[in-house]
Write a protein that binds this ligand. Structure first.
Ligand code: DX5
Ligand code: ZN
Length: 220
C-alpha cells in the first residue's frame, strides 16, 4: 500500500498559512489535513469554509478534511464546494453514519469514518466496505500537540486485521501525537495515511517533511 503524509495545518502559523502549505507541498507531502471543529463535538473551535476556500488556491494536493462537528450531514455539501477531496467525519457525531457516507459519495468525493480513542473498533464493522478511509484517532480529538495514546497500536492492528479478513485494502489514517520518532510503529501496525501537525510545523518544515517521507517511502 502507498504510505501518505498528511500534514495537519492546525499547527501552522496562520499569518503565513499559504506559504507554509506551499512549503509542505514542495517538500513532498501528498495530502493537506484540515481539522474543522465546532466547539460542541470537541471542546475547541478551529476554522471553516472561508479558510478552506481561500487555501484551495495555494496547492493542488489532496484536501483531507477531518470534520469534528455534531450532525455533520448538514455541512457536507458546503465542504465539497470548498474543495475537499476526502471528508472524514466521526462515527460518534451522527445517528446515521451510512447516510453521511452516502451524502459524501453522492458529491463525487471520498468518504472517511473516524473513531475516538474510547470508541470500540467493532462499531466500524458495517462501514468497512463502504468507506475509502478509516481514521483511528491516536489522541482525543480537539487539540494539536497531545501525546500519542499507546493503546492505539493494538486498535490499528485490529482494524487492519478486519479489513484483511474481508479482502479490503482500505486506507487507515492515524492522527495525533505522531512524529518522526514513532511513525514506524503506526506504519508497522497497519496505518498508511499519517497525519502530523506539531511534527511537521514545529521547527524546519521542509526538513520535517523530508524526514517523514524517508521513513514512509522505505516502509512501502
Ligand atoms: C486533533 C486533530 C489533529 C491535530 C494533530 O483533534 O485532529 O489533526 O492537528 O496534531 P498533532 O500532530 O500535533 O498531535
Ligand atoms: Zn485531524
Amino acid at each position: 500500500m502507498k504510505n501518505i503524509l498528511s500534514p495537519s495545518i492546525l499547527s501552522a502559523d496562520f499569518s503565513i498559512l499559504g506559504q507554509q502549505i506551499e512549503e509542505v507541498d514542495k517538500a513532498g507531502a501528498e495530502y493537506i489535513h484540515i481539522d474543522v471543529m465546532d466547539g460542541i463535538f470537541v471542546p475547541s473551535i478551529s476554522y471553516g469554509m472561508p479558510v478552506i476556500k481561500s487555501i484551495r488556491n495555494t496547492t493542488k494536493k489532496v484536501f483531507d478534511v477531518h470534520i469534528m462537528i455534531t450532525d455533520p450531514i448538514r455541512f457536507i455539501e458546503e465542504f465539497a464546494k470548498c474543495g475537499a477531496d476526502i471528508i472524514t467525519f466521526h462515527y460518534e457525531s451522527t445517528d446515521d453514519p451510512m447516510a453521511v457516507i452516502d451524502k459524501i459519495h453522492s458529491l463525487g468525493i471520498k468518504a472517511g469514518i473516524s473513531i475516538k480513542p474510547g470508541t470500540a473498533v467493532d462499531v466500524l464493522e458495517p462501514y468497512l466496505d463502504k468507506v475509502d478511509m478509516i481514521l483511528v484517532m491516536t489522541v482525543e480529538p480537539g487539540f494539536g500537540g497531545q501525546s500519542f495514546i499507546p493503546e492505539s497500536i493494538e486498535r490499528v492492528k485490529a482494524v487492519r486485521k478486519s479489513l484483511d479478513s474481508k479482502g479490503l485494502n482500505t486506507d487507515i489514517e492515524v492522527d495525533g501525537g505522531i512524529y518522526v520518532s514513532n511513525v514506524k510503529d503506526v506504519l508497522e501496525a497497519g496505518a498508511n495515511v499519517i497525519v502530523s501537525g506539531s511534527g511537521v510545523f514545529n521547527g524546519d518544515i521542509t526538513t520535517n517533511v523530508k524526514e517523514f517521507m524517508n521513513i514512509l517511502d522505505n516502509k512501502r
